[in-house]
Design a protein. Structure first.
Lengths: 111, 298, 296
């Protein structure tokens, strides 16, 4: 399963970005292999309108199963993620590592 | 009633009431001016602050007509679609995206430019009407009140304002005076609202905030080549800077409305003030005299 | 990072004056951001010294190359915004052009290009209160898409990181559309300033709905609280039912305006005034509420 966490940088120690559509990066963790990679979302983060849906489209294209973020995506992005069957967990803070551990411990809220 | 009011009657004018800043008294002035004038002649008042149409809170009238207003948005037809992503590339507003094997459309972001549908190589998109708001027409004696109300969730005000103005163009003979209660700010919506007005009243306050936002509104009116003048609300608060600015820039000040707790109280309760506070009735008279001169001298 | 937003729904309720009072109390412990980019006023009270200014490009407009144009009318036929002016050559009405780019795609001579539109400017300033301010000015007739708001917030965040501060105090825009959504997205706590008028409760409900959707903690200040008893009670009833924190009532008072006219915050102007004392009391309370919201 591939988990994407909205972040301001890349890697385990990157600070979580509470925003979904305007997050610069998504750190991607494959929890079966333990592999870590990232999605560069800078083009969408700087868009005028429509940052949310385009980010969601990019997430879907990368075959992500679960998104972890701070405040939760807006209506349009939430619609794309729901349609694609991608789970959304909110309330993440601190570093990517912390967010991932909180998610594993069931501390994050499913939207 | 002054000597000019009979003359004003012969002339068509569409007057927009606007301001750079919110809360300076646009709706307050619009509804009271319209109701006051309607004692003497037929008047049309249109509330174009479609995000927050508040004029209707002050006018209790009879509903004459109501119609839904729509704008055109694309609809996906899956069968012919080859998932080529051309529509996503052709949309400059990110209102249509391809997510894996689906095309998804975001009506709030769509500007109805038709590019995605017209340029789709497989004809897999068609433009269909989507309801964006409601136009209502009320009658209160001599006053015809048009309310344009944007649906909650619609983020774009401009198309609704454009349709309301289109309605005014089509439904009223050109000898009836029209007053437009405009949205605040200096961005797209207010430009759409004042674009086709003959004259703009900018209402402001004699404070540093009022002055700053007035200068922005003045720049906007100049850019649009509009004829305009200023009404100072809550006069005797603040300072003389707004007056000095107007004098320096040769901007006429039509009248000054005194700051008055009684006005604030009546207004907060949703009441009209034109016939209850003498100094305010006099200020309305000043505005009508000014507009009369404007139309006769032209 | 904590983001405290002062917001109102309706314009003219006193949110900028209240933001300025909090800015005075917070001194250099916060970074300020003015997200009311359409009619920003906070700088009038803070007398900022601009340290950096940048152009902001967001939307596009079509440009026709007069030499390449053959006046074939293909662009005119597809434009839905009456933005093409026929002639030799054809021209663009820049005020009407929405930047959709349809004309560019159909021009057989490739005479039309889309060019970035200067939609405004943003600034980093120091203020006389010892804090930094991120602010901006949207261009006339530009579309307030929320992107400039997002730029201002990002700049404020970077400033806070650089200065090792953990709180951003934001003066929010009026209304409920795009710019408000961008302001509340990622915020920790929203102070909603309302007034007991017929439109006050209506606008409070709409802006609260957005704050709730973004899981932003909320508190309410009722300004001009004594102007209408009936509407005041309705506001209290609404916030009680929703569980919104009632922060304070402020009386109808021209002192805000007098202070503003002097270019001062109300607390500098009359520290003993009831409004000044009330605001001084609730600022630490808001900081505590922000802590709680963050821990949830």
């Amino acid at each position: 399963m591939k988990i994407a966490i909205s972040a301001q940088e890349t890697g385990w120690n990157a600070p979580v970005d509470p925003r979904f559509g305007r997050a610069q990066y998504f750190v991607v963790i494959d929890d079966t292999t333990g592999e870590i990679s990232y999605i560069d979302n800078r083009a969408n983060a700087n868009a005028g309108h429509g940052a949310g849906p385009n980010t969601a489209s990019l997430i879907a294209d990368n075959d992500i199963n679960v998104v972890i973020t701070g405040n939760g995506p807006g209506g349009n992005a939430a619609r794309v993620l729901a349609t694609m069957g991608i789970g959304v967990f909110v309330g993440a803070s601190g570093t990517v590592r912390q967010a991932y551990e909180d998610y594993k411990a069931g501390k994050l809220m499913r939207q | 009633m002054t000597q000019y009011q009979t003359q004003l009657k012969e002339q068509f004018m569409r007057i927009a009431v606007a301001s750079g800043k919110g809360g300076t008294g646009k709706t307050f002035l619009s509804v009271n001016l319209a109701k006051y004038l309607s004692q003497f002649r037929p008047i049309v008042l249109a509330d174009l602050d479609v995000e927050e149409p508040n004029s209707g809170l002050f006018l209790k009238g009879e509903l004459i007509a109501q119609e839904d207003r729509a704008r055109m948005i694309p609809q996906w037809i899956p069968e012919p679609c080859t998932l080529c992503r051309e529509c996503q590339y052709n949309c400059n507003f990110n209102a249509i995206i391809q997510a894996k094997n689906q095309i998804m459309i975001f009506p709030q972001l769509c500007h109805s430019c038709y590019a995605c549908a017209d340029l789709c190589p497989e004809n897999a998109l068609r433009m269909v009407p989507q309801k964006m708001g409601v136009l209502s027409r009320y009658r209160i004696d001599n006053l015809c009140f048009i309310e344009a109300r944007l649906n909650i969730g619609e983020e774009m005000a401009t198309p609704m304002i454009a349709q309301a103005i289109d309605y005014l163009d089509k439904n009223f003979s050109p000898d009836i005076l029209q007053i437009l209660d405009s949205p605040p700010g200096t961005s797209c919506p207010v430009i759409e609202a004042v674009k086709k007005a003959d004259f703009v009243i900018l209402i402001t306050e004699p404070t540093p905030f009022g002055l700053h936002d007035l200068t922005l509104a003045v720049d906007t009116m100049k850019k649009l080549h509009k004829d305009f003048a200023v009404v100072i609300n809550r006069y005797n608060l603040g300072n003389k800077d707004v007056e000095d600015y107007c004098a320096e820039d040769n901007i006429p000040i039509i009248t000054r409305i005194a700051n008055d707790r009684r006005i604030a109280e009546l207004y907060s309760a949703g009441q009209l003030v034109y016939d209850k506070v003498d100094h305010f009735s006099k200020a309305l008279g000043d505005i009508i005299d000014f507009l009369s001169l404007k139309t006769t001298v032209k | 990072m904590k983001e405290i937003v002062i917001i109102s729904g309706k314009g003219g309720t006193g949110k900028t004056s209240i933001t300025a009072a909090f800015a005075y109390l917070a001194k250099g412990s916060v970074v300020l951001a003015d997200c009311d980019v359409d009619a920003s006023d906070l700088h009038l009270l803070l007398k900022p010294e601009i340290k950096r200014s940048e152009n902001f490009y967001s939307s596009q407009v079509a440009v026709i190359d007069g030499v390449a144009c053959t006046s074939c009318g293909a662009c005119y036929d597809v434009c839905h915004f009456d933005a093409i002016i026929p002639g030799t050559p054809y021209k663009i009405d820049l005020i009407s052009c929405e930047g959709c780019g349809y004309c560019e795609k159909v021009c057989p001579e490739k005479a039309i290009t889309m060019k970035a539109n200067l939609d405004g400017q943003w600034f980093i300033s120091t203020t006389r209160l010892g804090s930094h301010l991120a602010h901006a000015r949207l261009g006339i007739g530009a579309e307030n898409s929320g992107k400039l708001v997002s730029v201002v917030k990002n700049v404020a965040k970077q400033l806070a990181q650089m200065l090792k501060l953990d709180t951003i105090l934001i003066d929010g825009p009026p209304g409920i559309s795009c710019p408000v959504i961008s302001t509340l997205s990622g915020a920790t706590f929203a102070v909603i300033v309302t007034e007991p008028t017929v439109s006050g409760l209506h606008d409070l409900k709409r802006v609260y709905e957005i704050a709730r959707r973004f899981r932003v903690g909320t508190g309410v200040i009722i300004n001009k609280a004594d102007i209408n008893k009936n509407n005041y009670n309705k506001i209290r009833e609404f916030i009680d039912i929703q569980g919104i924190k009632h922060l304070a009532d402020l009386p109808y008072d021209t002192t805000f305006t007098k202070a503003m006219t002097e270019g001062k915050t109300i607390i500098e102007y009359t520290p003993d005034n009831i409004i000044s004392r009330t605001l001084a009391n609730i600022w630490p309370q808001i900081l505590r509420l922000t802590e709680n919201t963050k821990k949830q």
